[in-house]
Design a protein around this ligand. Structure first.
Ligand code: NAD
Ligand code: DAU
Length: 335
C-alpha cells in the first residue's frame, strides 16, 4: 500500500513514519510545508529508505496535493497548526491550514478516488470535562470547542464527515488525547518543562496548575492510527487515549523528581485564556472493535521521553536558537 502522510516532519507524523517503516511494508510520501514545527532532522534515520519520499509543500496548494494523491492509495492527514497558545496569538493561520488545507485534501482525495482518508484529530473538539467528575469523552460526545485551535480542528472533522455523507468519500477519524515522546516541539508542556528544568530555569505552570490532560505515548497513537487505517470501518470515529490523567503540578513534580531538581522551580503564571479544565478519553470502542489499548504506562513513557531529551540536547538547542526564541519571549519572557 502507498500512503500520503501530511505533516510527517512534525512530532507525531515523524514518529508515525518511523513506526510504519518498522512495522508495515507500506510506502510513504511525506508532504510537509516545514513550518516552524516541521523539522527534517526528525527524519534523519530514514531519509534514504527506498520506501520513503519527502515533498516540501503546502496542503492548501491543490496542484501539489492533486499530483501526490494520484500516486497513492490512502491518506493519513496530520498536517496542522497544533499549539493552543499560538492559536490565541494568531488564529488566522489555524483556519487556513486546519480548515482550508483539510478541504483541499478532501477534494483531491475524492477526485483521485483515494481508498481511505484518515483524519488525525483531537479530544479538544469535545470541550472540557468537570475536574472532579468521572465522565470521559467518547465517540458520542457533542462537539464544544473553546480555542481557535480546537474550533479549527472541529471544523475539519465536520468537513471530513461532510465529504463522506455528501460525496461518499471513505474516511475514518481518530480523536486522541495529549501525545508525548521523542521529537515533540519544546513549546508543549513535557519537553518545555524537561528543557527548562535541565537548565535550572522555572517551569511555568498555568493558573492553579490543576487542569488535567490524558497523556498518550506517541507509539501507542501510531499503532492506533495504523489499525484504524487497516481495519477501521469507513465513516467511523475512534477515540484514542492513554489512561494517564495528570495535572500541571503533577507533571512538573514528576519531571523535577526525575531530573533531581528542586520544586522551587515551579512557577505559577497567568492562566491560558479559555483553558479547558479536564480531558479524559473512554477508548472502549477501539479496544473492543480493533483490539487496541495503550501499551506504554505513563511511568515508562515519561522516563523514555526524558531520556530522549537528555540524549538529544543538540536537537533541542537547534530549536531554542531558532525562531522559537521570539515565541518563547512573547509567551514567558526572556529565557
Ligand atoms: P506538530 O505541530 O508537531 O507538526 C505539524 C506538522 O505539520 C509540521 O511538520 C508542519 O511543518 C506541518 N504543517 C503545518 N502546516 C502545514 C501546511 N499548510 N502544509 C503542510 N504541512 C504543514 O503537530 P503534532 O503534535 O505532530 O500534531 C499532528 C496532528 O495530530 C495535528 O493534526 C494535531 O491536531 C493532531 N493531534 C496532536 C496531538 C498532540 O498531543 N500533539 C493530540 C491530538 C491530535
Ligand atoms: O488534547 C490533545 C491536544 O494536546 C492536541 O490536540 C494539541 O495539538 C496538543 O498541543 C495538546 O494540547 P494542550 O494544550 O493540552 O497541550 P500543552 O502541552 O500546550 O498543555 C498541556 C497542559 O499543560 C495544559 O493544561 C496547559 C498546561 N501548560 C502548558 C504549557 C505549554 C502549562 O501549565 N504550562 C505551559 O507552559
Amino acid at each position: 500500500m502507498k500512503i500520503l502522510v501530511t505533516g510527517g516532519a512534525g512530532f507525531i507524523g515523524s514518529n508515525f513514519i518511523y513506526w510504519v517503516l518498522k512495522n508495515r511494508d507500506w510506502e510513504i510520501i511525506n508532504l510537509d510545508k516545514l513550518t516552524y514545527a516541521g523539522n527534517l532532522e526528525n527524519l534523519k534515520g530514514i531519509e534514504n529508505d527506498p520506501r520513503y519520499n519527502f515533498v516540501q509543500g503546502d496542503v492548501c496548494d491543490s496542484h501539489t496535493v492533486n499530483e501526490l494523491m494520484a500516486k497513492v492509495d490512502c491518506v493519513v492527514h496530520f498536517a496542522a497548526e497544533s499549539h493552543v497558545d499560538r492559536s490565541v496569538l494568531e488564529p488566522a493561520v489555524f483556519v487556513e491550514t486546519n480548515v482550508v488545507g483539510t478541504q483541499v485534501l478532501l477534494q483531491a482525495a475524492l477526485e483521485n478516488k483515494i481508498k481511505k482518508f484518515h483524519h488525525v484529530s483531537t479530544d479538544e473538539v469535545f470541550g472540557a470535562l468537570e475536574l472532579d467528575g468521572s465522565k470521559k469523552f467518547n465517540e458520542e460526545t457533542p462537539y464544544n470547542p473553546h480555542s481557535p485551535y480546537s474550533a479549527s480542528k472541529a471544523a475539519s472533522d465536520h468537513l471530513v464527515r461532510a465529504y463522506g455523507d455528501t460525496f461518499g468519500l471513505e474516511y475514518t477519524i481518530t480523536n486522541c488525547s495529549n501525545n508525548y515522546g521523542p521529537y515533540q516541539f519544546p513549546e508543549k508542556i513535557i519537553p518545555l518543562f524537561v528543557t527548562n528544568a535541565q537548565e535550572d530555569k522555572s517551569l511555568p505552570i498555568y493558573g492553579d496548575g490543576k487542569a488535567v490532560r490524558d497523556y498518550l505515548y506517541v507509539d501507542d497513537h501510531c499503532e492506533a492510527i495504523a489499525l484504524v487505517l487497516e481495519n477501521g470501518k469507513a465513516g467511523e470515529t475512534y477515540c484514542v487515549g492513554g489512561d494517564s490523567e495528570k495535572n500541571g503540578i503533577e507533571m512538573a513534580e514528576t519531571i523535577l523528581k526525575a531530573l533531581g531538581k528542586p520544586k522551587s522551580l515551579m512557577t505559577f503564571v497567568k492562566d491560558r485564556p479559555g483553558h479547558d479544565r479536564r480531558y479524559a478519553i473512554d477508548h472502549s470502542k477501539i479496544t473492543k472493535e480493533l483490539g487496541w489499548k495503550p501499551r506504554v504506562t505513563f511511568e515508562e513513557g515519561i522516563a523514555k521521553t526524558i531520556q530522549w531529551n537528555l540524549d538529544n540536547k543538540g536537537w533541542v538547542e537547534n530549536i531554542l536558537s531558532g525562531e522559537y526564541q521570539k515565541y518563547y519571549e512573547k509567551q514567558y519572557g526572556a529565557r
